[in-house]
Write a protein of this length. Structure first.
Length: 160
């Protein structure tokens, strides 16, 4: 009789332990599914960019990308706000040309145009450098905008 009583008391704790294991397994399965799904999306975006339905000219496309960088640099320089706003303006001004950059690169590869591919890479590097310059200029500018008025205001205060 004591043995059955001990088993009866142990049974709910065993069931609770089983329930915990099942719940932990479901959480782990969900984490694996989310991670796998996100990884597949990233890999597809990187290695298989979407192709536009229209035929893309390689050299004209590279020239358009350069035009987009120049326009973006001008837009960001015209901004007087902080780093985030300047970067957002720069990135917005890159469109619509830079949304087709993967298609332009693929067109240059298909045409086996080495000169255009080299130019494409240089324009990509220029875009990256310009974006970094916008970030650093915005940081320096915002710092100067805070310091200069404070220092000038200190000049108007009576000296002790």
């Amino acid at each position: 009789m004591n043995a059955t009583r001990a088993e009866a008391e142990r049974a709910p704790s065993d069931r609770l332990e089983q329930l915990r294991r099942v719940a932990l397994g479901l959480v782990a399965l969900l984490a694996v599914a989310v991670t796998t799904g996100a990884s597949v999306q990233i890999l597809l975006a990187v290695f298989s960019p979407p192709n536009a339905g229209e035929k893309t000219e390689c050299r004209a496309g590279v020239q358009a990308l350069l035009t987009g960088v120049s326009r973006a640099r001008g837009q960001a320089a015209a901004r007087g706000e902080g780093e985030r706003e300047a970067l957002a303006a720069f990135r917005r001004a890159l469109e619509p040309e830079w949304s087709s950059a993967p298609t332009i690169r693929n067109a240059c590869r298909k045409q086996n145009d080495r000169d255009a591919l080299a130019a494409f890479r240089q324009v990509e590097l220029l875009r990256y450098a310009e974006e970094q310059a916008v970030r650093y200029e915005a940081l320096d500018l915002s710092l100067l905008r805070r310091r200069a008025p404070a220092l000038v205001e200190a000049l108007t205060l009576p000296q002790p």
